[in-house]
Design a protein around this ligand. Structure first.
Ligand code: AMP
Ligand code: MG
Length: 294
């Protein structure tokens, strides 16, 4: 079990075909057993060894966007044990673009399960220096890969009756996906628990309480600000601009590092701007919303 860089965030990787190995991941992260892992492959040819069925839409997406920050949920092969998928008959698969991630998968010679390398519910690491020491004490090591170029987790698309459903916004924009497969369904609230288990309302959280700028909050000099495309004047505990140019992809890249930097200020509250709900803004807003969920 080693921490490895990917273009999204650092992952905690172990062989996906071994119940014993994936249970080590759940233990090191303190991750609940009902939150399934993503299986990582190094080559598109390995997809058939993990998924038993690949609908045409999924194939088109894999061909268009792999390697990259897109995860597909498909029916699983028996080779993938129930521990990896939390007992589901489907498996989440992704081919990362980070050359180091793919080199590690190739060296292992089999698919690797790799959730984000952070204690469950906390902020994901986008550089090796952000790996949690307590978690790393239970891990065999890490591979250095520099800063993550995307900075938020992958976009997850499931296929139900052949039709694409967005299970989690992420590092690949919904607009790009729809350009290939047409309209993608957003899961309805009632069915969300079944099709997207592990999508916890509270997640990615810093230790300092966080609120959205659109929430009600008590302002003051002890409040830190995470803003988008603007500066902050007036007294505050400190602030970071996710993207001075107002670019949501840059905001995604900076998000977790800046959340950590603001968390270290000892502020009473971190208040975050909400981005326009388009492109990678959707993924950034999703993470901000969950990081500020009480
Ligand atoms: P991460 O924690 O970033 O590795 O992402 C894993 C997430 O992928 C889980 O929390 C689930 O929401 C989702 N996921 C993994 N496997 C499945 C599956 N078989 N069906 C639906 N969602 C899944
Ligand atoms: Mg995670």
């Amino acid at each position: 079990m080693v921490a490895v860089p990917t273009e999204t965030v650092y992952g905690l990787a172990a062989r996906a075909d071994s119940a014993e190995a994936v249970l080590k991941i759940f233990r090191a992260k303190g991750r609940p057993a009902n939150d399934p892992l993503i299986v990582h492959i190094a080559d598109i040819g390995e997809l058939d060894g993990v998924a038993s069925e690949v609908p045409p839409g999924a194939k088109a997406l894999a061909e268009a966007f792999w390697p990259g920050p897109l995860t597909l949920v498909l029916p699983k092969r028996p080779r993938i044990p129930p521990e990896t998928t939390s007992g589901l008959e489907t498996v989440a698969v992704r081919m990362p673009s980070h050359p180091v991630a793919r080199a590690v998968i190739r060296a292992a010679g089999l698919p690797l399960a790799a959730p984000s390398a952070n204690p469950f519910g906390r902020t994901s690491p986008t550089r090796s220096a952000h790996l949690d020491p307590g978690m790393m004490a239970q891990v065999d090591g890490y591979v250095e890969g520099g800063d993550c170029s995307v900075g938020v987790e992958s976009t997850i698309v499931g296929f139900f009756g052949g039709r694409p459903v967005l299970l989690r916004p992420g590092g690949l924009a919904l607009e790009e996906i729809e350009a290939v497969v047409g309209p993608v369904e957003l899961p309805r609230k009632e069915s969300a628990k079944i099709v997207a288990p592990g999508q916890m309302p509270s997640h990615y959280a810093p230790l300092t309480p966080m609120r959205l700028a659109t929430d009600e909050f008590e302002d003051g000099p002890d409040v830190a600000r995470l803003v988008f495309g603007r500066s902050v004047s007036g007294p505050c505990a400190g602030w970071r601009d996710l993207s001075p140019a107002g670019d949501p992809a840059e905001a995604a890249r900076n998000l977790y590092r800046m959340m950590r930097e603001l968390d270290a200020l000892g502020a009473r509250l971190i208040v975050a701007d909400v981005l326009p709900d388009a492109g990678l803004g959707r993924a950034v807003n999703d993470r901000l919303r969950r990081a500020s969920a009480r």
